[in-house]
Design a protein around this ligand. Structure first.
Ligand SMILES: [Cu+2]
Length: 483
């Protein structure tokens, strides 16, 4: 009896030691001396930089170039992505706990917008956002010490933040624990994101961003790695029978939480929410918060496709959130007798249209007073993020609506501006702006109301814009029946 108790105490003691001995405290990491300097190896998804073999903290130089690029969202559908390094998600950054990271954010001169970076791995105001706010054609530098191990999301935090994130401005930074991670055969980088296009899912052509769909959290696409099929079909992630696979998975959002699941697999290990402090084992589905991450490990025992999905299933089968680990090798009839079939999981395909539901049209405003009242709400929900509540705009980025000569000169042009969006150079009160305003997916009455509100605020001309005006003059094909 005593021998047994002694045995138990010894094993529990050893286990405790194993989990606590190697974990460094934040203070120890602050004081960890920096030896030498190196350039970070950065990778595009689904690749992950190699494991760190260093045993000392060093200074790691990271260069990330922000590029606004047109890319493919789905077959026949393109989108203007804003990226950290040319792709969505942004470059994978891998450093070691205790490292000093010197981050250079380069905003390409062809870009239209200022950008910055907020890394959740940073301890400091805004995660680096203010320190890295960079105009097109400029470069900013700041540094931070990686004090807490884990897998962290980074993203742009320039106003309107949700729009920058919705356009693809997110990525992952892995702060490897000092003791390293268990070895696996494959490591891959996967990041979920929700996208809000003006056209509905599958509608062809270059699709502008819809701020109102983003605010309503009604994405047209929910995808892994920036587009439909980015890690499916011929882009599947390869593995062989009996190999181990690790996925570093992030959720860029901006809005949706992911119920991350692998069809035909069980996660042997999940480092929940990207924290290496405690692992869960034998997990079927794991939640990834928007702006959060997870690390999953699993061994593949039989050939076939392991299908990665957000188990909120219409996102997978109707919005694009499908990925695959394609496993090749010998069957093992004992583990699984039948033949796996991936067709079963893809019949609806991507770009499947949801049956059009026509909600009852909202009541139409009758008087100017009613329009001003409704318009104020529409303005605060949709426009104030950029043009500001007082209509003053933001110098060099968003033009003023208060006493705007552009606005006051021409009511019809204003209707077209708001229904069709505006980009390219525009001069307002003598100041040139060259930004992008998305087309607004608002109904005639909402447009009429918001414009009447604007025309009757902040010293503007007092014009009335009626629902019939908007119906007659809106950019053709724009807008939807509002929900
Ligand atoms: Cu940005």
């Amino acid at each position: 009896m005593r021998a047994i108790r002694r045995y138990f105490c010894a094993t529990i003691g050893a286990a405790l030691l194993a989990t606590t001995a190697s974990a460094a405290t934040r203070e120890e990491n602050i004081n960890d001396p920096i030896v030498g300097q190196e350039d970070a190896i950065l990778t595009d998804a689904p690749a992950v930089p190699p494991a760190i073999t260093r045993t000392q903290a060093t200074k790691v130089i990271v260069h990330i170039e922000v590029k606004e690029v047109e890319g493919k969202m789905a077959d026949g559908v393109s989108y203007t992505y804003w990226t950290f390094g040319g792709k969505v998600p942004g470059k994978f950054i891998r450093v070691r706990e205790g490292d000093l990271v010197e981050l250079h954010l380069d905003n390409h001169p062809d870009n239209k917008m200022p950008h910055n970076i907020d890394l959740h791995a940073v301890i400091g105001p805004g995660g680096g956002a203010a320190a890295s706010l960079t105009a097109p054609g400029h470069s900013s530098v700041f540094s931070f010490k990686a004090l807490n191990p884990g897998l962290y999301v980074y993203h742009c935090a320039t106003a309107p933040v949700a729009m920058h994130v919705a356009n693809g401005m997110y990525g992952l930074i892995l702060v490897e624990p000092k003791e390293g991670l268990p070895k696996v055969d494959h490591e891959y980088y996967v990041m979920q994101g929700d996208f809000y296009t003006a056209g509905s899912n599958g509608e062809k052509g270059l699709q502008p961003f819809s701020m109102s769909k983003a605010i309503q959290e009604k994405p047209e696409y929910v995808v892994f790695n920036g587009s439909v099929g980015a890690i499916a079909g011929e882009n599947s992630l390869p593995a062989k029978v009996n190999e181990t696979v690790r996925l570093y998975v992030g959720d860029g959002g901006p809005n949706l939480t992911s119920s991350f699941h692998a069809i035909g697999q069980i996660f042997d290990t999940v480092w929940t929410e990207g924290s290496f402090t405690s692992a869960a084992h034998n997990v079927q589905t794991t939640m990834i918060p928007a702006g959060g991450s997870t690390i999953v490990d699993f061994k593949v025992n039989v050939p076939g496709n392991v299908i990665l999905v957000d188990h909120s299933l219409t996102r997978a089968f109707n919005r694009g959130a499908v990925g695959m680990v394609k496993v090749s090798g010998e069957e093992n009839k004992l583990v699984y007798s039948g033949k796996m079939s991936d067709e079963v999981y893809l019949p609806e395909g991507t770009g499947a249209r949801v049956a059009d539901q026509k909600p009852a049209p909202p009541p139409v405003t009758k008087t100017k007073g009613e329009r001003i009242k409704l318009g104020e709400t529409v303005f605060k929900t949709n426009c104030a993020a950029c043009h500001q509540e007082n209509g003053q705009g933001i110098p060099q980025a968003f033009p003023p609506l208060a006493k705007s000569d552009y606005l006051n000169a021409d009511k019809v042009r204003t209707i077209k501006t708001v229904t069709g969006g505006l980009q390219g150079k525009v001069v307002v009160n003598g100041q040139a702006y060259n930004g992008v305003m998305p087309a607004w997916d608002l109904n005639d009455d909402e447009i009429a109301s918001v414009l009447t509100y604007i025309y009757n605020s902040w010293g503007n001309s007092g014009k009335d814009v009626t629902t019939d005006d908007v119906k007659a003059k809106r950019v053709k094909g724009s807008g939807k029946v509002s929900e």
